[in-house]
Design a protein. Structure first.
Length: 530
């Protein structure tokens, strides 16, 4: 009996510790998202939505894709499971040798990519739909791409350092480093905008990326990790990472290709549509980046170590905890966004060159994208679970299938809903991805607690629907009481969100949703007297 109580106590402590870490990282990510919103507001105010902004978005897309394909794929998805397994088995020397080998290989790869892109980018843009017939836009896109590609090396180094820190279970510095990135970009734009226009944003990205990398370095030194100019291609871990990374690169490449496909479709619809889709996507990713990324980032090293020790039941328990916590946060986020999409977009972007029509279009697109918040959060956790099990082929097959789904749904829905059709297509494809990955993981390791997840989700969905209706009513009532000015809009949104959260938490208590107890336990631990 005593052993059972001790086991229950240990499980509860583990849940509270996990939730506590998620909350701290979430706060850091929230700060990065707030500064990111400020960055996007400045971009919208100075540049609006036009051919220059479309050129900028396309130009930044390319170096960002390389970073995600190489740095994020190899370092975050393939490196962390292998590196964490060495740490879990006490092989610290082998772990550090593996890390230095991959760092040096990626530095060489990034430098070669920068040189190749500088030479070939004019030819690439000459055949790209939406750019090939507009010389001014194409010339600007070439210049912007070359400037921003200078940051690629430091993007990669930042991803490397972040992956190492996450492997050592130091999650806060990487989460906070994006705040530094955003602040530096904002400062550079404010200083250089009048003289250099939209080029100031490209320069800001280069300076911000360098600053982000320099910010992270001291934290890595504290982990007793030392960089060495060493490449050991015979290290067994290198082979393991490479075997994992190639399917992961192709998988992430397929996912990013979906993003490129959407932007190319948006270019074909009309001027400014790519930028409007980008604004809506940014707001859609706000709760995903705060909640789902926080949970999946924290859970990944843990399940990687559990997989390395063949602790499958513990891994499934971690998966269940992460899934339920993610849904507890994302389901109300999705319903809240749908309820308040128009006032949120109006508050954040409707100024300067960003018009009332832009606000309406962005809000509609955002509402369609919000439908995919929960399945996207699940896909993040499912993919990382496959990677922890050193299975990167399954996510690849699903990702390739999603490309055909994207093309199919885009071609149909764009006829009826224009750019909003691309958003609905995205939500449908992500939902299909989630269902396939969940069923395939269940087949691989056994039952995942799907009944518990479904039962929990139904209760959360009920609470979220009531919360969303209340939020919409509260906003309209408060906004009419205050004024039509931005300050009145700000207060009406903030007050309605706070009141809606109170309603949601109360309903969670009434419906006995267990995740709310973990949050309250963390708060008690933080404020209890010693």
């Amino acid at each position: 009996m005593k052993e059972k109580k001790d086991l229950t106590s240990d499980i509860n402590k583990s849940k509270v510790k996990f939730t506590s870490t998620v909350i701290i990282v979430t706060i850091c990510i929230l700060l990065s998202k707030i500064t990111g919103l400020l960055r996007e507001q400045i971009f919208a105010y100075f540049f609006g939505a036009n051919w220059e902004t479309d050129a900028f978005r396309i130009s930044f897309l390319i170096p960002n894709q390389f970073r995600q394909l190489l740095a994020d794929a190899i370092l975050s998805a393939a490196f962390i499971p292998v590196f964490s397994s060495y740490l879990a088995l006490g092989k610290k020397r082998d772990a550090k040798k593996l890390a230095n080998t991959l760092i040096n290989l990626l530095i060489i790869i990034f430098i070669l990519i920068i040189i190749i892109v500088f030479i070939t980018i004019p030819s690439i843009y000459r055949i790209l739909p939406g750019l090939k017939d507009d010389l001014s836009q194409r010339s600007l896109a070439i210049l912007l791409t070359r400037i921003m590609f200078l940051s690629l090396l430091f993007m990669g180094l930042t991803a490397i350092v972040s992956a190492l820190l996450n492997s050592y279970e130091s999650f806060v510095p990487p989460a906070f480093s994006t705040v530094i990135w955003n602040i530096l970009i904002i400062l550079v734009v404010l200083l250089l905008y009048r003289k250099y226009g939209i080029l100031s944003f490209a320069v800001g990205i280069v300076i911000g990326t360098i600053g982000q990398f320099l910010f992270l370095l001291p934290f890595l030194r504290n982990k007793d990790f030392h960089y060495e100019l060493d490449i050991d291609l015979n290290h067994p871990g290198v082979k393991d990472v490479m075997l994992l990374s190639f399917p992961i690169i192709l998988s992430l490449g397929s996912a990013q290709l979906n993003n490129v496909i959407n932007k190319v479709f948006a270019l074909s619809i009309g001027t400014g549509e790519t930028t409007i889709l980008e604004y809506a996507s940014y707001l859609w990713f706000f709760p995903v980046g705060i909640f789902a990324v926080a949970v999946s980032t924290i859970i990944f090293p843990r399940i990687s170590k559990q997989a390395a020790k063949n602790q499958i039941e513990d891994l499934k328990a971690s998966f269940l905890s992460g899934t339920k916590l993610t849904n507890f946060l994302l389901i109300p986020s999705s319903m809240g966004i749908i309820s308040l999409a128009h006032p949120i977009v109006k508050l954040l972007f409707e100024r300067g060159e960003f018009t009332l029509n832009n606000t309406f279009s962005t809000a509609v697109i955002l509402s369609y994208l919000a439908l995919s918040l929960v399945p996207y959060g699940m896909v993040l956790i499912l993919n990382r679970t496959f990677f922890a099990l050193k299975d990167s082929k399954t996510p690849l097959k699903v990702a390739i299938f999603s490309i055909f789904c994207t093309l199919f749904f885009n071609m149909i829905l764009i006829r009826f809903l224009k750019t909003a059709g691309l958003a609905l297509s995205t939500s449908l494809v992500i939902s299909i991805n989630f269902l396939l990955l969940f069923l395939l993981l269940r087949k691989k390791i056994g039952r995942l607690g799907g009944t518990k997840i479904l039962y929990s989700n139904l209760k959360i969905f009920l609470a979220s629907c009531i919360m969303a209706v209340f939020a919409n009513f509260a906003h309209n009532y408060i906004y009419n009481l205050l004024s039509s000015y931005k300050l009145g809009l700000l207060f009406s949104i903030l007050i309605s969100i706070i009141l809606a959260l109170m309603v949601y938490i109360a309903l969670c208590f009434i419906l006995k949703i267990e995740e709310v107890n973990s949050f309250l336990q963390v708060i008690k631990e933080r404020f209890k007297t010693p």
